[in-house]
Design a protein around this ligand. Structure first.
Ligand code: NAD
Ligand code: LMR
Length: 358
């Protein structure tokens, strides 16, 4: 009955022998920053996910209204909305399995993601402290920019509080992957293909740190594709966020596509928690999450970088395996090389921020 009712449950079941304990597991999902441009549609998509049994929404404004609205949707998740007074963050996080963080300010034209650091670093540090205290075992998915620095902030806060598990911390880079699929499908003149196209995007989540591995695309580029066309496509993936910031003209950055991407990644994590095997998705993770995979990747990168986005296999306890980049072209090697100094700087900024705060 359940299998017929819920295709997602069916897909967990199809991936291998049923682990009834995992499958029957209730999943409490939390969104921090739930009343915002990303937070609201992301909460909607999580409410629509039948694998979520409880959905707790937290923001400094409007969450009771958002929660009341979503609670009328006929899906299993029980929805609650909390505000800061009366221990709202603690109530939100109690019993959380997965916490998605889109809290923080977005860019306006002319700004870089790093310009957001001043405000968002403090917001993320505060929320990370709450998670480390109330739900230290939850999977934490960070959307707030600059992701290259906010993820190390969460890691450092967890380390300071003695609860860091690198397998459970993820920077959400899925929007870059979604964009790469869409833009490649446009090049191939067939948008209908976009859902099938898989292009690994590695590195980090800003400008030159975003490295699409187009040579590994499931659907190769046309053989007539010139170097100029290739460079333009890489640039479009790297600076796709700017396209949206410019078009929104001061009203923020990507929200709807980000909610779609965030829900896609969160769903993969939830499926892994429920016991589905073999789920692989690119994410920005600590290389400590899988020391063998992490050091193989560091060797490929020829640097001891602490965080990097790569294809990651997910399991019920978090990261199972960090995949190496594999065979890449000379042009891609040059992109990776260019990403590393910027990424290293961004990571240090996050780490130093927390070190100075304690
Ligand atoms: P938004 O301003 O529309 O929403 C942010 C929400 O965060 C607001 O509702 C605000 O009240 C809330 N907030 C602020 N401080 C908070 C706190 N201490 N606790 C809880 N909530 C708090 O912004 P948005 O467009 O939703 O973007 C949010 C963030 O996501 C930005 O930093 C943006 O740059 C980032 N982003 C990341 C990606 C990515 O690919 N990772 C993509 C798009 C946007
Ligand atoms: C994006 O890639 O769309 C986000 O990181 C938001 C931004 O500032 O571009």
């Amino acid at each position: 009955y359940v299998r017929e009712l819920l295709p997602e449950v069916n897909s967990v079941a199809k991936s291998g022998p049923l682990q009834l304990d995992n499958l029957a597991r209730m999943v409490k999902a939390v969104v921090l920053g739930a009343a915002g441009g990303i937070g609201q549609p992301l909460s909607l998509l999580l409410k629509a996910n039948p694998l979520v049994t409880e959905l707790a929404l937290y923001d400094i404004v409007n969450t009771p209204g958002v929660a009341a609205d979503l609670s009328h949707i006929a899906t299993p998740a029980k929805v609650e909305g909390y505000l800061p007074p009366d221990d709202g963050l603690k109530k939100t996080l109690t019993g959380a399995d997965i916490v998605v963080i889109p809290a923080g300010v977005p860019r306006k034209p002319g700004m870089t993601r790093d310009d957001l650091f001043k405000i968002n670093a403090g917001i993320v540090k505060g929320l990370a402290t709450g998670i480390a205290t109330t739900a230290p075992k939850a999977f934490v998915l960070v959307i707030s920019n600059p992701v290259n620095s906010t993820v190390p902030i969460v890691a450092e806060v967890f380390k300071k509080l003695g609860v860091f598990d690198p397998k459970r911390l993820f920077g959400v880079t899925t929007l870059d992957v979604v964009r790469a699929s869409t833009f490649v499908s446009e090049v191939l003149g067939n948008l209908a293909l976009s859902k099938e196209i898989v292009v690994p995007v590695v590195g980090g989540h800003s400008g030159v740190t975003i490295v699409p591995l187009l040579s590994q695309s499931s659907h190769p580029l046309p053989s007539s594709f010139s170097k100029d066309q290739y460079d333009a496509l890489v640039k479009r993936v790297q600076f796709g966020g700017d396209e949206v910031v410019k078009a929104k003209d001061g009203a923020g950055s990507a929200t709807l596509s980000m909610a779609y991407a965030g829900a896609e990644f969160a769903t993969k994590v939830i499926r892994a928690i429920k016991g589905e095997k073999g789920i692989v998705a690119p994410s920005y993770v600590s290389l400590e999450a899988d020391t063998a995979g992490g050091s193989a990747l560091a060797k490929e990168l020829d640097t001891q970088i602490a965080f990097f986005s790569s294809n990651v296999e997910l399991g019920p306890e978090g990261v199972v395996k960090i995949h190496p980049l594999g065979k890449i072209t000379e042009a891609e090697q040059a992109l990776v090389k260019a990403a590393i100094p910027e990424l290293t700087k961004n990571i240090d900024t996050g780490v130093n921020f927390v070190a100075e705060a304690y």
